[in-house]
Design a protein. Structure first.
Length: 239
């Protein structure tokens, strides 16, 4: 599921543009030049298309890049452990949460989970992670809202249903960003008298096209267009 995407043109229109460039005779040169110039300008300014793709399967998510960080709470007891914030775990600083709940706490049958009505965290920006994921659950039957803060955008995922902690299941949700990196995350129970929790908070890097790639695309497209124009012109003379 693509939640946000900015492209030069929709995918189904790209072939249409190229076909018209190849068949438009004298207009071809102008159109090809505009197409290549636009891509070159994009590369020169260093702008990349911003998007986030959501994954509900951890294996598929892990296959998108390199996993660099995974935060869990297995070192805490199986009961309830109140915590004071900020709680720093590796590259993650948790600013808002109430405690760690375990399998003997009466709330969860899975594993130790950081929980509260709201769980929020700041992410170290030095590595510039563009992959994020977590195993999530809720208690007292409430949907949740997830907010992702990046260096360019704020992504809001509203009214999401995840597993109930007492069922012994967790729901994985992850995302891969393009052209931006993660600065913070907030997970909130829509019902303030309920709660949400998570563990195995994962961050990583997914390779993204460099701006120079767009330049090569533009130059390559321009060369192909000119070659096809020359071929068509030669065929017309022969006929």
């Amino acid at each position: 599921m693509i939640l946000k995407e900015r492209l030069l043109c929709p995918p189904h229109n790209r072939q249409f543009i190229l076909i018209n460039v190849f068949q438009s005779g004298d207009k071809m040169k102008k159109l090809a030049t505009v197409w290549a110039t636009g891509l070159l300008m994009l590369a020169m300014t260093g702008v990349a298309s911003a998007s986030v793709v959501v994954y509900t399967d951890r294996s598929s998510f892990n296959a998108q890049g390199s996993i660099d960080s995974n935060t869990n709470f297995l070192d805490y007891g199986t009961g309830y452990t109140p915590i004071s914030t900020p709680l720093i775990r590796g590259d993650v600083t948790f600013n808002q949460a109430e405690g760690i709940i375990g399998t003997t706490s009466g709330y969860t049958k899975t594993e130790q989970i950081l929980a509260g009505p709201i769980v929020s965290a700041d992410i170290a920006t030095a590595p510039k992670y563009n992959m994020y994921g977590a195993d999530l659950a809720q208690y007292n039957s409430t949907p949740i809202t997830i907010t992702i803060y990046t260096d360019k955008n704020i992504y809001l995922f509203s009214h999401i249903w995840v597993s109930n902690m007492n069922t012994g299941n967790l729901t994985f949700l992850g995302g891969v960003l393009t052209g931006e990196y993660i600065k913070g995350i907030q997970v909130k129970a829509d019902n303030p008298y309920s709660g949400v929790g998570g563990t195995n908070l994962t961050f990583g890097h997914s390779p993204a096209p460099e701006p120079s790639t767009y330049a090569l695309m533009g130059i390559g497209g321009l060369l192909i267009a000119f070659r096809l124009r020359k071929s068509v012109a030669g065929s017309a003379i022969t006929a």
